[in-house]
Write a protein that binds this ligand. Structure first.
Ligand SMILES: [Zn+2]
Length: 637
């Protein structure tokens, strides 16, 4: 997945004739009715597979793969009922946030419950990462992440699933799954109490097991889709934009080039024949947004903006999520290969699952000309900045192993330091192989050696890679991934003829606040920037007189725009229009003596102040032939 904190098809055949599917007894048959929303909840019914045990436990997941955080989906269930053939209730005992124990289970004929969505829930518990969440917005949008709708019986995760979705006739389901049937009339559905209705249709989906079910989200809304063909693969884009600011055709045009480049990066062919990009845009203010990968799809939750405002971000996100097909979806340890939804175990290899994926997502763009080499160096520099927010004394393998608990606040470092581990490893491999073998080659070899259904042993990966490559790579892992030595930027970048300058001082105008001074807080459910510390503030910030806790609401008399994709442009404009001799003003909310928030104006004369720029990367114009050759192998196709 990828998280951004602020700051910083195919049409299934239209089957009007009723081919009722053979309903094997050894399947779960689920029904969800999107046309009846009551109190923001949906009705779910399950006809279970055959159960011979006298007692059985029904679970919803505590966690799903890819999020590296606890979700506790069982919270969203209410009015849970287990019924026998005659409709009598069987005894049920709730035995945890996510589990129900059913007695006389051999008599079980039906389970029913109501489910609430995570997007606007007021229930206590962990915040669910949006793209792993569920949405119930009557007549507008439904996001079916199965982990938040459908459960499984303990010990019966490998049994096939069928789910039937009753939908309004004008809704379409975007998913990477191939529907068994779409538009089945209601009167043939094998569930009781669902009256025939011309305005409703049923779509039927199947999954081989619970893992595939959870790996296959579906988004329902009025159709806004586009299809692009990339080599062997058909790629579906489904979009929900509440005010229509952006549409699927625009997104398709934007990410087509990225996918073409990714195809080349992966050796000329995409590793899937079909894939769905599912985009949900929100017009509400957001604190964070992101995307989650699946084997045949990825789901995006992003603030609504025009295609011009978010083009690069869309490409970066799409490239990252699509590359997850390589890892962890194809290359993963047993902890992921045999995922335990209710007692999850963590792997130590987030440096690879998220770090290398993020590294590839920008490396592919420079290699195939979607961004310039200078822009690419800027991307790397920003990652170096990003690393500063996290604990540099923490071994990456430990961050990974304990990311659910003690190091949860360090997780986002996987996108910054993780990607830079990828950079250093790529350059080290290229140096050792005379430019012939890079990180991309290694991952392609690992995916041949392992694969979707063949996991590696978590403790053996470093030794395995060392055996496949060079002893020096074993040293690299010991020092920089299992160890905490600072990454060797100066050395590895020099091999590619790039000069690395840790810090450079200069004088210029400043808006007084920067990374480290500010963070995001919520006020009346809207996000605002506030002063988190004045310790490292520059002379301009000091002259303005910011105090810790100040919430910034105005700048030069203008109300700050909502934090979102256009916020950076606003700040840039303010910065670019600064002139010597004029004044810079801020409006902040500050607590007065009585503890009440009052607006205070801060004002200072604009002068050039001492500033420093960190992490400067520059191409060395006098690079040797050897350096240039390594640079080319790194940045050219
Ligand atoms: Zn990711």
């Amino acid at each position: 997945m990828i998280i951004k904190k602020l700051l910083a098809f195919y049409i299934g055949s239209l089957l009007l004739t009723q081919t009722v599917l053979a309903q094997s007894k050894n399947e779960y048959h689920y029904l969800v009715d999107l046309t009846t929303v009551k109190d923001d909840k949906l009705y779910i019914e399950l006809k279970p597979p055959v159960i011979s045990a006298s007692e059985i436990t029904f679970d919803l997941p505590k966690m799903i793969p890819g999020t590296y955080a606890i979700e506790d989906y069982g919270r969203f269930v209410s009015e849970f009922k287990a019924l026998d053939k005659k409709g009598n209730e069987l005894p049920v005992e709730k035995i945890g946030d996510n589990s129900w124990k059913i007695k006389n289970a051999a008599k079980l004929s039906k389970i029913s419950y109501w489910i609430e969505d995570s997007f606007d829930t007021k229930l206590a518990g962990p915040d669910i990462f949006w793209p792993a969440g569920t949405n119930i917005e009557e007549n507008k949008n439904f996001i079916i992440n199965s982990s938040g709708y459908f459960g499984y019986f303990e010990g019966m995760k490998a049994v096939p699933f069928e789910f039937n979705v009753i939908r309004p006739i004008d809704f379409y389901g975007t998913t990477g799954l191939i529907p068994q049937q779409t538009s089945r009339p209601l009167n043939v559905i094998k569930f009781e109490k669902i009256p025939a209705n011309d305005a409703k249709r049923v779509d039927v989906y199947k999954a081989e097991n619970y893992d595939q079910l959870v790996d296959s989200p579906v988004m329902y809304a009025k159709p806004d889709t586009a299809v692009i063909k990339v080599a062997n693969a058909q790629v579906l884009i489904g979009c929900y934009s509440p005010t229509g600011k952006i549409n699927a055709k625009q997104i398709a045009a934007s990410i087509r080039e990225v996918l073409m480049a990714q195809k080349e990066y992966l050796g000329g062919k995409l590793p899937v024949d079909k894939y769905a990009f599912i985009f949900y845009f929100t017009d509400k203010p957001v604190l964070n947004y992101g995307a989650l990968e699946h084997s045949y799809s990825s789901l995006y939750y992003m603030p609504e903006a025009t295609i011009d405002q978010m083009n690069q971000q869309l490409r970066d996100f799409a490239a990252h999520e699509f590359f997850h097909i390589v890892t962890p979806l194809t290359i993963h340890s047993e902890e992921i290969g045999n995922f335990d939804f209710n007692d999850p175990k963590m792997s130590q290899h987030l440096w690879m699952y998220e770090g290398v994926t993020e590294y590839f997502a920008s490396n592919v763009q420079v290699k195939y000309g979607l961004i310039s080499p200078d822009e690419y160096l800027q991307v790397l520099s920003e990652k170096m900045y990003g690393m500063e927010q996290y604990n540099s004394d923490l071994a990456f393998t430990d961050l990974s192993k304990f990311t659910l608990d003690k190091y949860h606040d360090q997780y986002n470092n996987v996108y910054v330091k993780g990607a830079l581990i990828g950079l250093c490893l790529d350059l080290e491999l290229r140096k050792l192989s005379g430019g012939k073998y890079g990180l991309r080659n290694l991952l392609l070899d690992l995916s041949k050696k392992f694969g979707k259904s063949k996991s590696f042993k978590d403790d053996e990966l470093f030794a395995e890679i060392t055996k496949m490559t060079y002893p020096e790579i074993g040293d690299f892992f010991n020092k920089y991934v299992k160890g905490t030595a600072p990454l060797p930027f100066t050395q590895v970048l020099d091999w590619a003829g790039v000069t690395f300058i840790p810090e450079e001082k200069f004088k210029d105008f400043s808006i007084g606040i920067g990374n480290g001074d500010i963070n995001v807080t919520q006020l009346d459910e809207k996000p605002y920037l506030y002063i988190v510390s004045t310790e490292h503030m520059n002379e301009m910030g000091k002259a303005l007189g910011f105090q810790q806790g100040d919430v910034i609401i105005k700048m030069n008399g203008e109300t700050l725009p909502d934090l979102g994709p256009t916020f950076g442009e606003f700040l840039l404009h303010q910065r670019e229009t600064m002139e010597e001799g004029k004044f810079l003003t801020y409006g902040v909310l500050r607590k007065d003596a009585a503890g009440e928030l009052k607006e205070v104006e801060l004002k200072a004369a604009i002068v050039k102040v001492d500033l420093s720029r960190k992490y400067i990367l520059r191409f060395n114009e006098n690079a040797t032939a050897e350096q240039l050759a390594l640079r080319d192998s790194w940045l050219k196709p």
